[in-house]
Design a protein. Sequence first.
Length: 313
Amino acid sequence: MIYFLYDELFLKHETGEFHPENPQRLISIYTRLRSRGIFENVIKLKPEKINYESLKNVHDPLYIKKVEEECRKGYSLLSTGDTDICSSSNDVALYAAGGVLKTLDKIFNSEIKRGFCSIRPPGHHASADIGMGFCIYNNIALAAEHAKSNYNIEKIMIIDWDVHHGNGTQDIFYGDNSVLFVSTHQSPLYPGTGSSTEKGMGPGKGFTINIPMKKGTGNDDIISVFNEIIMPAAKEFKPELTLISAGFDSRKDDPLGGFLIDDDGFRKLTRMVIEISEYSGSGKILSILEGGYNYDGLSSAVFSHMDEMISGS
Ligand SMILES: [Zn+2]
């Protein structure tokens, strides 16, 4: 059993018919999961809105106010960057972030140690005060801060396998040695950050690991990188909580990415993350949807990922 968080209210964040990050993404995931019978093995959760105090753990109060105002005034684009919005977007983003925290609370207060959040808008490009790259609030950073402040967790690993660099997450934890941030991403590609020389600063030096990879990266390439770099780093760090920025735009046939990872590849990566989560003995994994824009590919990759989290030991 794993937790599965989803709500149709996430469809109310409308970005326009031709925008790649649109409601159809979550509809296709839900439809696929239902037809494959996976819901027999999940506990479904519904989101609640994140409270202001929790949101402030990561985001600047002026930015929070700006998002609220710009949505209320009917802006179609967030003024800080390339994130399309509608009048409901702030509410949806607050529910998405709150849903992530709710799933984390369940993981910390039950025997079930893994969960997947099928949410939008995504979050890993959002920094403390800049929304960009289809992201408004940084869901995974909020989860990490929530674990630190509510459960005294001192070692959190974030694995970001989205095809794009998780610049917002990196920025938020750049000086923080309690969060080991590891990102595999296509380079060169949006947003242009994520060079292997970006390693953290101050006490956080060495706690950011960037692994830029070429267009055409496939299963074997990424599995090698996990074996040679990510698993040894995790073994040394021994995270008490492992978070996945689960972007599936790194899957083959994605319109925004050029990687060739297939569903079997994501199954293997999931298995490796399970192994990482066991180094400390906790086994706790929270996986949060980021990108993925080929509906068919996205939904089948999510199925493989969740299926492995359910069955993998
Ligand atoms: Zn992406």
